[in-house]
Write a protein that binds this ligand. Sequence first.
Ligand code: NQM
Length: 359
Amino acid sequence: PSVGAAVRDGIHCLLMRGGTSKGAYFLATDLPSDRAARDDLLLRIMGSPDPRQIDGIGGAHPLTSKVAIVSSSTAEGIDVDYLFLQIGVDAATVGDAQTCGNLLAGIGPFAVERGLVRATGERTTVRIRLLNTGDIATAEFPTVDGRPEYDGDATIDGVPGAAAAIELEVGGGADKPLLPTGHASDEIDGHTVTLVDNGMPVVLLRAEEFGVVGTESPAALEGDAELAARLEHIRLAAGPLMGLGDVTEQTVPKMILLSPPRAGGAISTRAFIPTRVHTSIGVLMAASVAAALRIPGAVGHDIAGPLTDDETAVEHPSGTFPSRVDVARDADGTWRATSFSLRTARKLFDGTVFPRPRR
Ligand code: NQM
């Protein structure tokens, strides 16, 4: 559709909570194929740029200003392709440099809702190609009478109540090493850092080196301008080292401050994504942390609580994320990993969204 037609007739859109995030899900065929026109339309739909996103459906925070675009896949053994876009809140930006493991939780149900995948009895499995990263995910979730079942008993910290469990496995698609520099740790600005990418590129740092205890609220950390400047300086140096190029305008890598566990878990985290501080932690961020804790010499390895094979309890500002990772080392010493996460998702609103006519 042209932008003019979209403004007049609207666009078919499913609003979903995916894990601890919320986003607008679209079929690729319902959006313009021209990238500039698509991005312009999405900014108008979300109400950006505006700190309150008052004239759009964005939720005025990076965790609720997200878009998922889904299409049938031509790749062998894959059902659907998922493109994630981070829509700037107070900036007119549309970023595709990262994926989102939380919106990923809604992709399987969305594919069934829109008829891209047929439900298979009581449980349905959807194979998903993550276009942003090249990774492959498998999502398994309950279905009843050919439709996704959202109701269930699974709980995740950061989301009130309970919902149906969605099991996610991510990894193995792109031939990417877990440690992009090949080192368990590197030095940046006089700090020992670990650069790790288990589906989400992150920089692991020791909280105490930045005057952070590790129990601070996201709001308190966001209010510290000097801390923000120090982290941004490290982030800009880490980007090229991780093969991400100039990350000045990008939302990756994420900066994660680690401190000893406080609630019986493996480690405590505060994640800068990268400007706002996450109210919990991203799925793939937790997977990157959990994998690094198992690598001798990585930041966090020495302060981690006891690790069990089946779960790494990653503590965050609103609870704990139980992340399961399989970490293995190739004969040539390259570390690789796959992650398994339990999430929930919910269909919130299905309908027609009307983009703002003018910016
Ligand atoms: O790391 C937030 C989120 C994310 C990313 C962000 C994510 C992940 O929690 O898998 O999901 O980095 O903006 O949704």
